[in-house]
Design a protein around this ligand. Structure first.
Ligand SMILES: [Zn+2]
Ligand SMILES: [Zn+2]
Length: 406
Protein backbone atom coordinates (compact mmCIF):
# COMPACT_ATOMS: atom_id res chain seq x y z
CA UNK A 1 0.00 0.00 0.00
CA UNK A 2 1.19 3.43 -0.91
CA UNK A 3 0.36 5.18 2.34
CA UNK A 4 2.09 2.51 4.39
CA UNK A 5 5.26 2.97 2.41
CA UNK A 6 5.03 6.72 2.77
CA UNK A 7 4.43 6.44 6.48
CA UNK A 8 7.46 4.21 6.87
CA UNK A 9 9.62 6.62 4.91
CA UNK A 10 8.58 9.50 7.09
CA UNK A 11 9.36 7.60 10.28
CA UNK A 12 12.78 6.55 8.99
CA UNK A 13 13.61 9.98 7.59
CA UNK A 14 12.87 11.55 10.98
CA UNK A 15 15.50 9.34 12.53
CA UNK A 16 18.25 11.10 10.65
CA UNK A 17 20.66 10.20 7.89
CA UNK A 18 19.63 8.09 4.89
CA UNK A 19 20.28 4.41 5.43
CA UNK A 20 19.52 1.05 3.88
CA UNK A 21 16.12 0.70 5.61
CA UNK A 22 15.08 4.06 4.29
CA UNK A 23 16.23 3.14 0.81
CA UNK A 24 14.20 -0.09 0.98
CA UNK A 25 11.10 1.80 2.13
CA UNK A 26 11.57 4.19 -0.75
CA UNK A 27 11.86 1.33 -3.25
CA UNK A 28 8.60 -0.04 -1.88
CA UNK A 29 6.96 3.31 -2.36
CA UNK A 30 8.15 3.69 -5.94
CA UNK A 31 6.91 0.21 -6.72
CA UNK A 32 3.52 1.04 -5.27
CA UNK A 33 3.45 4.28 -7.19
CA UNK A 34 4.33 2.54 -10.44
CA UNK A 35 1.68 -0.13 -9.95
CA UNK A 36 -1.09 2.33 -9.24
CA UNK A 37 -1.58 5.48 -11.21
CA UNK A 38 -1.25 9.09 -10.17
CA UNK A 39 -4.90 9.19 -9.20
CA UNK A 40 -4.57 6.21 -6.90
CA UNK A 41 -1.70 7.88 -5.08
CA UNK A 42 -3.73 11.00 -4.57
CA UNK A 43 -6.75 9.11 -3.30
CA UNK A 44 -4.64 6.96 -0.99
CA UNK A 45 -2.93 9.97 0.51
CA UNK A 46 -6.25 11.72 0.93
CA UNK A 47 -8.02 8.82 2.57
CA UNK A 48 -5.16 8.04 4.86
CA UNK A 49 -4.60 11.60 5.96
CA UNK A 50 -8.22 11.79 7.11
CA UNK A 51 -7.61 8.61 9.05
CA UNK A 52 -4.38 9.48 10.81
CA UNK A 53 -4.51 13.22 10.51
CA UNK A 54 -3.05 13.80 13.92
CA UNK A 55 -0.03 11.62 13.40
CA UNK A 56 0.93 12.23 9.83
CA UNK A 57 -0.26 15.30 8.07
CA UNK A 58 -1.14 15.31 4.41
CA UNK A 59 1.65 17.82 3.84
CA UNK A 60 4.19 15.50 5.38
CA UNK A 61 3.06 12.70 3.12
CA UNK A 62 3.22 14.89 0.07
CA UNK A 63 6.77 15.72 1.12
CA UNK A 64 7.63 12.04 1.45
CA UNK A 65 6.20 11.38 -1.98
CA UNK A 66 8.32 14.20 -3.41
CA UNK A 67 11.40 12.74 -1.66
CA UNK A 68 10.81 9.44 -3.41
CA UNK A 69 10.31 11.09 -6.76
CA UNK A 70 13.37 13.31 -6.48
CA UNK A 71 15.65 10.46 -5.40
CA UNK A 72 14.54 8.40 -8.39
CA UNK A 73 14.77 11.35 -10.76
CA UNK A 74 18.35 12.16 -9.72
CA UNK A 75 19.48 8.60 -10.35
CA UNK A 76 17.68 8.15 -13.66
CA UNK A 77 19.51 9.82 -16.55
CA UNK A 78 16.58 9.12 -18.91
CA UNK A 79 14.50 11.63 -16.99
CA UNK A 80 15.54 14.96 -18.49
CA UNK A 81 12.86 17.25 -17.11
CA UNK A 82 9.83 17.28 -14.82
CA UNK A 83 6.25 18.29 -15.48
CA UNK A 84 4.35 19.99 -12.68
CA UNK A 85 0.88 18.49 -12.50
CA UNK A 86 -1.94 20.27 -10.74
CA UNK A 87 -3.93 18.04 -8.43
CA UNK A 88 -7.53 17.48 -9.47
CA UNK A 89 -8.43 18.00 -5.83
CA UNK A 90 -6.51 21.21 -5.53
CA UNK A 91 -8.11 23.29 -2.75
CA UNK A 92 -8.24 26.61 -4.59
CA UNK A 93 -6.77 28.92 -7.18
CA UNK A 94 -3.16 29.72 -6.32
CA UNK A 95 0.48 29.66 -7.40
CA UNK A 96 0.19 25.96 -8.31
CA UNK A 97 -1.97 26.99 -11.28
CA UNK A 98 0.90 29.09 -12.52
CA UNK A 99 3.45 26.30 -12.04
CA UNK A 100 1.26 24.00 -14.12
CA UNK A 101 0.49 26.45 -16.93
CA UNK A 102 3.43 28.82 -17.40
CA UNK A 103 6.24 27.89 -19.79
CA UNK A 104 9.15 29.12 -17.69
CA UNK A 105 12.01 27.40 -19.49
CA UNK A 106 10.87 27.17 -23.09
CA UNK A 107 10.24 23.44 -22.69
CA UNK A 108 6.45 23.64 -22.69
CA UNK A 109 3.73 24.52 -20.21
CA UNK A 110 4.53 23.33 -16.70
CA UNK A 111 7.83 21.66 -17.68
CA UNK A 112 10.97 22.36 -15.63
CA UNK A 113 14.62 21.32 -15.98
CA UNK A 114 15.63 18.79 -13.31
CA UNK A 115 17.62 21.38 -11.36
CA UNK A 116 14.97 24.12 -11.43
CA UNK A 117 11.92 22.64 -9.75
CA UNK A 118 9.13 24.31 -7.82
CA UNK A 119 9.54 22.69 -4.39
CA UNK A 120 6.75 20.28 -3.42
CA UNK A 121 4.50 20.55 -1.49
CA UNK A 122 4.02 24.15 -2.59
CA UNK A 123 1.82 24.94 0.42
CA UNK A 124 0.05 22.98 3.21
CA UNK A 125 -2.49 20.53 1.79
CA UNK A 126 -0.98 20.83 -1.69
CA UNK A 127 -1.50 17.57 -3.55
CA UNK A 128 0.21 18.58 -6.77
CA UNK A 129 2.64 16.13 -8.33
CA UNK A 130 5.71 15.86 -10.47
CA UNK A 131 5.57 13.76 -13.60
CA UNK A 132 8.70 12.43 -15.33
CA UNK A 133 9.59 13.83 -18.73
CA UNK A 134 11.73 11.31 -20.60
CA UNK A 135 14.47 11.98 -23.14
CA UNK A 136 12.89 12.53 -26.56
CA UNK A 137 9.65 13.91 -25.16
CA UNK A 138 11.12 17.37 -24.98
CA UNK A 139 13.93 19.20 -26.77
CA UNK A 140 16.32 20.30 -24.03
CA UNK A 141 18.20 22.49 -26.54
CA UNK A 142 15.24 24.84 -26.26
CA UNK A 143 15.94 25.46 -22.58
CA UNK A 144 16.20 29.14 -21.66
CA UNK A 145 15.37 31.09 -18.54
CA UNK A 146 12.16 33.02 -19.15
CA UNK A 147 10.73 32.71 -15.64
CA UNK A 148 9.78 36.34 -15.26
CA UNK A 149 8.29 36.68 -18.75
CA UNK A 150 6.31 33.43 -18.43
CA UNK A 151 4.90 34.56 -15.08
CA UNK A 152 3.94 37.91 -16.60
CA UNK A 153 2.24 36.16 -19.48
CA UNK A 154 0.28 33.95 -17.12
CA UNK A 155 -0.76 36.90 -14.95
CA UNK A 156 -1.84 38.83 -18.04
CA UNK A 157 -4.14 35.96 -18.99
CA UNK A 158 -6.06 36.25 -15.70
CA UNK A 159 -8.95 38.47 -14.68
CA UNK A 160 -7.94 41.09 -12.14
CA UNK A 161 -9.61 39.34 -9.21
CA UNK A 162 -7.46 36.26 -9.83
CA UNK A 163 -4.31 38.35 -10.05
CA UNK A 164 -5.05 39.89 -6.68
CA UNK A 165 -5.64 36.41 -5.29
CA UNK A 166 -2.09 35.27 -6.11
CA UNK A 167 -0.20 38.56 -5.72
CA UNK A 168 -2.15 40.24 -2.93
CA UNK A 169 -3.40 43.84 -3.29
CA UNK A 170 0.00 45.36 -2.63
CA UNK A 171 1.76 42.91 -4.92
CA UNK A 172 -0.73 43.56 -7.70
CA UNK A 173 -0.06 47.30 -7.52
CA UNK A 174 3.70 46.73 -7.56
CA UNK A 175 3.46 44.31 -10.47
CA UNK A 176 1.29 46.75 -12.41
CA UNK A 177 3.94 49.39 -11.75
CA UNK A 178 6.50 47.17 -13.47
CA UNK A 179 8.02 45.23 -10.58
CA UNK A 180 8.95 41.55 -10.80
CA UNK A 181 6.14 39.24 -9.70
CA UNK A 182 8.73 36.99 -8.07
CA UNK A 183 8.98 39.34 -5.12
CA UNK A 184 5.24 39.20 -4.45
CA UNK A 185 3.71 35.91 -5.56
CA UNK A 186 2.21 34.15 -2.55
CA UNK A 187 4.04 30.94 -1.73
CA UNK A 188 6.82 31.54 -4.25
CA UNK A 189 10.15 30.25 -2.99
CA UNK A 190 12.15 30.24 -6.22
CA UNK A 191 12.94 27.40 -8.58
CA UNK A 192 15.89 25.28 -7.58
CA UNK A 193 17.61 21.96 -7.36
CA UNK A 194 15.37 19.84 -5.14
CA UNK A 195 16.85 17.94 -2.22
CA UNK A 196 15.55 14.57 -1.15
CA UNK A 197 15.85 13.15 2.35
CA UNK A 198 16.37 9.84 0.58
CA UNK A 199 19.38 10.95 -1.34
CA UNK A 200 22.06 8.29 -1.00
CA UNK A 201 25.64 9.40 -1.29
CA UNK A 202 28.53 7.15 -2.21
CA UNK A 203 30.37 6.17 0.98
CA UNK A 204 33.88 7.50 1.56
CA UNK A 205 36.47 4.73 1.65
CA UNK A 206 40.12 5.68 2.02
CA UNK A 207 43.29 3.82 1.10
CA UNK A 208 45.38 2.28 3.87
CA UNK A 209 48.50 3.77 2.42
CA UNK A 210 49.33 7.39 3.05
CA UNK A 211 51.38 9.78 0.96
CA UNK A 212 53.18 12.79 2.37
CA UNK A 213 52.12 16.00 0.72
CA UNK A 214 53.77 19.39 0.94
CA UNK A 215 51.91 22.57 0.16
CA UNK A 216 53.89 25.71 -0.36
CA UNK A 217 51.88 28.93 -0.14
CA UNK A 218 52.66 31.88 -2.42
CA UNK A 219 54.33 33.52 0.59
CA UNK A 220 56.63 30.53 0.95
CA UNK A 221 55.21 28.83 4.04
CA UNK A 222 55.43 25.06 3.72
CA UNK A 223 52.85 22.79 5.32
CA UNK A 224 53.32 19.04 5.41
CA UNK A 225 50.47 16.58 5.82
CA UNK A 226 49.52 12.99 5.05
CA UNK A 227 46.95 12.17 2.38
CA UNK A 228 44.95 9.07 1.48
CA UNK A 229 43.34 8.19 -1.82
CA UNK A 230 39.53 8.11 -1.90
CA UNK A 231 38.90 4.59 -3.24
CA UNK A 232 35.21 5.21 -3.89
CA UNK A 233 35.69 8.35 -6.00
CA UNK A 234 35.15 8.58 -9.75
CA UNK A 235 38.14 10.88 -10.20
CA UNK A 236 41.67 10.79 -8.76
CA UNK A 237 40.83 12.32 -5.41
CA UNK A 238 42.98 12.39 -2.28
CA UNK A 239 42.19 13.76 1.11
CA UNK A 240 44.33 15.23 3.86
CA UNK A 241 44.41 13.58 7.28
CA UNK A 242 43.19 16.92 8.64
CA UNK A 243 39.89 16.73 6.77
CA UNK A 244 36.92 14.65 7.84
CA UNK A 245 35.57 13.91 4.39
CA UNK A 246 31.81 13.26 4.49
CA UNK A 247 29.90 11.50 1.68
CA UNK A 248 28.06 14.72 0.92
CA UNK A 249 31.36 16.56 0.42
CA UNK A 250 32.60 13.84 -1.90
CA UNK A 251 29.38 14.18 -3.91
CA UNK A 252 29.95 17.93 -4.00
CA UNK A 253 33.52 17.70 -5.28
CA UNK A 254 32.28 15.30 -7.96
CA UNK A 255 29.49 17.67 -8.91
CA UNK A 256 31.91 20.58 -9.11
CA UNK A 257 34.36 18.71 -11.33
CA UNK A 258 31.53 17.61 -13.63
CA UNK A 259 30.21 21.16 -13.90
CA UNK A 260 33.70 22.47 -14.71
CA UNK A 261 34.13 19.80 -17.38
CA UNK A 262 30.90 21.04 -18.95
CA UNK A 263 31.68 24.74 -18.65
CA UNK A 264 35.23 24.40 -19.98
CA UNK A 265 34.21 21.96 -22.70
CA UNK A 266 36.83 19.43 -21.57
CA UNK A 267 37.28 16.54 -23.97
CA UNK A 268 40.25 14.65 -22.59
CA UNK A 269 39.30 13.47 -19.11
CA UNK A 270 42.46 11.37 -18.82
CA UNK A 271 44.47 14.49 -18.19
CA UNK A 272 42.34 15.70 -15.29
CA UNK A 273 44.45 16.78 -12.32
CA UNK A 274 45.06 14.84 -9.17
CA UNK A 275 42.70 16.49 -6.69
CA UNK A 276 43.80 16.97 -3.09
CA UNK A 277 41.13 18.00 -0.59
CA UNK A 278 42.98 19.80 2.18
CA UNK A 279 42.08 21.73 5.30
CA UNK A 280 42.13 25.48 5.60
CA UNK A 281 45.21 25.19 7.77
CA UNK A 282 46.98 22.84 5.33
CA UNK A 283 46.50 25.45 2.62
CA UNK A 284 47.41 28.41 4.77
CA UNK A 285 43.92 29.89 4.21
CA UNK A 286 44.05 29.55 0.40
CA UNK A 287 40.75 28.40 -1.12
CA UNK A 288 42.47 26.46 -3.85
CA UNK A 289 45.67 26.15 -5.80
CA UNK A 290 46.90 24.45 -8.96
CA UNK A 291 50.42 23.06 -9.35
CA UNK A 292 51.18 22.90 -13.07
CA UNK A 293 54.35 20.76 -12.79
CA UNK A 294 52.61 17.98 -10.88
CA UNK A 295 49.19 18.48 -12.47
CA UNK A 296 47.79 18.67 -8.97
CA UNK A 297 44.84 20.71 -7.76
CA UNK A 298 44.41 21.59 -4.10
CA UNK A 299 40.92 22.42 -2.96
CA UNK A 300 40.02 23.78 0.48
CA UNK A 301 37.51 21.44 2.14
CA UNK A 302 35.50 24.48 3.29
CA UNK A 303 34.46 25.07 -0.33
CA UNK A 304 32.75 21.67 -0.36
CA UNK A 305 30.08 22.60 2.18
CA UNK A 306 27.94 24.10 -0.54
CA UNK A 307 25.37 26.02 1.53
CA UNK A 308 27.89 27.38 4.03
CA UNK A 309 30.30 28.34 1.27
CA UNK A 310 27.56 30.08 -0.68
CA UNK A 311 26.75 32.06 2.45
CA UNK A 312 30.40 32.95 2.94
CA UNK A 313 30.65 34.21 -0.64
CA UNK A 314 27.77 36.62 -0.09
CA UNK A 315 29.85 38.31 2.64
CA UNK A 316 32.68 39.13 0.21
CA UNK A 317 32.89 42.66 -1.15
CA UNK A 318 33.73 42.00 -4.79
CA UNK A 319 34.33 38.37 -5.81
CA UNK A 320 34.41 37.23 -9.47
CA UNK A 321 31.27 35.24 -8.71
CA UNK A 322 29.12 34.26 -5.75
CA UNK A 323 28.56 30.80 -7.16
CA UNK A 324 30.07 28.10 -4.88
CA UNK A 325 31.62 26.59 -8.00
CA UNK A 326 33.87 29.63 -8.23
CA UNK A 327 37.02 28.24 -6.59
CA UNK A 328 37.04 24.91 -8.38
CA UNK A 329 36.41 26.64 -11.70
CA UNK A 330 39.25 29.09 -11.07
CA UNK A 331 41.71 26.25 -10.47
CA UNK A 332 40.36 24.19 -13.36
CA UNK A 333 40.98 27.14 -15.70
CA UNK A 334 44.63 27.16 -14.54
CA UNK A 335 44.63 23.44 -15.23
CA UNK A 336 43.24 23.89 -18.73
CA UNK A 337 45.83 26.56 -19.53
CA UNK A 338 48.59 24.24 -18.38
CA UNK A 339 47.30 21.30 -20.44
CA UNK A 340 47.19 23.48 -23.55
CA UNK A 341 50.82 24.36 -22.92
CA UNK A 342 51.77 20.70 -22.45
CA UNK A 343 50.01 19.73 -25.69
CA UNK A 344 52.06 22.33 -27.54
CA UNK A 345 55.45 22.27 -25.81
CA UNK A 346 55.60 19.05 -23.79
CA UNK A 347 55.66 18.46 -20.04
CA UNK A 348 56.28 21.38 -17.69
CA UNK A 349 59.61 20.81 -16.02
CA UNK A 350 60.55 24.33 -15.11
CA UNK A 351 57.75 26.09 -13.19
CA UNK A 352 59.33 29.53 -13.51
CA UNK A 353 59.58 29.20 -17.29
CA UNK A 354 55.96 28.14 -17.53
CA UNK A 355 54.82 31.01 -15.31
CA UNK A 356 56.65 33.53 -17.49
CA UNK A 357 55.06 32.05 -20.59
CA UNK A 358 51.51 32.07 -19.21
CA UNK A 359 51.84 35.60 -17.79
CA UNK A 360 53.10 36.91 -21.15
CA UNK A 361 50.31 35.08 -22.97
CA UNK A 362 47.60 36.64 -20.84
CA UNK A 363 49.21 40.07 -20.73
CA UNK A 364 48.06 40.45 -24.34
CA UNK A 365 44.48 39.67 -23.31
CA UNK A 366 44.55 42.06 -20.37
CA UNK A 367 46.06 44.81 -22.56
CA UNK A 368 43.28 44.24 -25.07
CA UNK A 369 40.60 44.57 -22.38
CA UNK A 370 42.15 47.72 -20.94
CA UNK A 371 42.61 49.23 -24.40
CA UNK A 372 38.88 48.77 -24.95
CA UNK A 373 38.15 50.71 -21.79
CA UNK A 374 37.46 47.71 -19.58
CA UNK A 375 37.84 48.30 -15.85
CA UNK A 376 39.67 45.36 -14.22
CA UNK A 377 38.21 46.38 -10.88
CA UNK A 378 34.87 45.18 -12.26
CA UNK A 379 36.17 41.59 -12.45
CA UNK A 380 37.03 41.19 -8.77
CA UNK A 381 39.16 42.69 -6.00
CA UNK A 382 41.54 39.79 -6.41
CA UNK A 383 41.91 40.42 -10.17
CA UNK A 384 42.58 44.11 -9.49
CA UNK A 385 45.19 43.24 -6.91
CA UNK A 386 46.84 40.73 -9.24
CA UNK A 387 47.00 43.27 -12.09
CA UNK A 388 49.20 45.41 -9.83
CA UNK A 389 51.43 42.41 -9.23
CA UNK A 390 51.68 41.76 -12.98
CA UNK A 391 50.00 38.36 -12.58
CA UNK A 392 48.01 38.63 -15.80
CA UNK A 393 47.35 34.88 -15.73
CA UNK A 394 45.37 35.41 -12.52
CA UNK A 395 43.55 38.44 -13.91
CA UNK A 396 42.37 36.50 -16.97
CA UNK A 397 41.45 33.46 -14.88
CA UNK A 398 39.21 35.64 -12.74
CA UNK A 399 37.79 37.29 -15.84
CA UNK A 400 36.89 33.89 -17.28
CA UNK A 401 35.32 32.74 -14.00
CA UNK A 402 33.18 35.85 -14.00
CA UNK A 403 32.10 35.35 -17.61
CA UNK A 404 31.33 31.65 -17.20
CA UNK A 405 29.34 31.97 -13.98
CA UNK A 406 27.53 35.21 -14.51
ZN1 LIG B 1 -0.61 22.57 -5.20
ZN1 LIG C 1 44.66 31.52 -9.51
Amino acid sequence: MIWQAIDKINRLARNGAPNKALQAAYNELMEAVQKGNEKAVEVAINEQSRYVAERITRTEMARAWADGFIAKMKKDADIVAVKFKLSSRHPGFDICDMYAKADMYGLGAGIYPKDKLPPLPVHPHCLCRYVEVIEGEVDMQQQRDQVREAGDKWLNSLPESRRAQVLGRKGLKAWEAGEDWQGYMRGYAGLREAESRLQMYKPVELSEKTITDKYQSPKGTIKEFQTRKVETATYDIHVSENVNLKPKMLAEVNRQINKCIDLLDVRNKEELPKIVIASNDDLNDALGSYMACENKLYINSETLHRKAYEKYLTTLENPASKNPLMTMLHEMIHWQDARKYVAEFGEITNPREYLEYIIAKHKKNVDELVKNGYNIKKVSDYAFDMAFKFRYDEVMTEYRVMRLLR
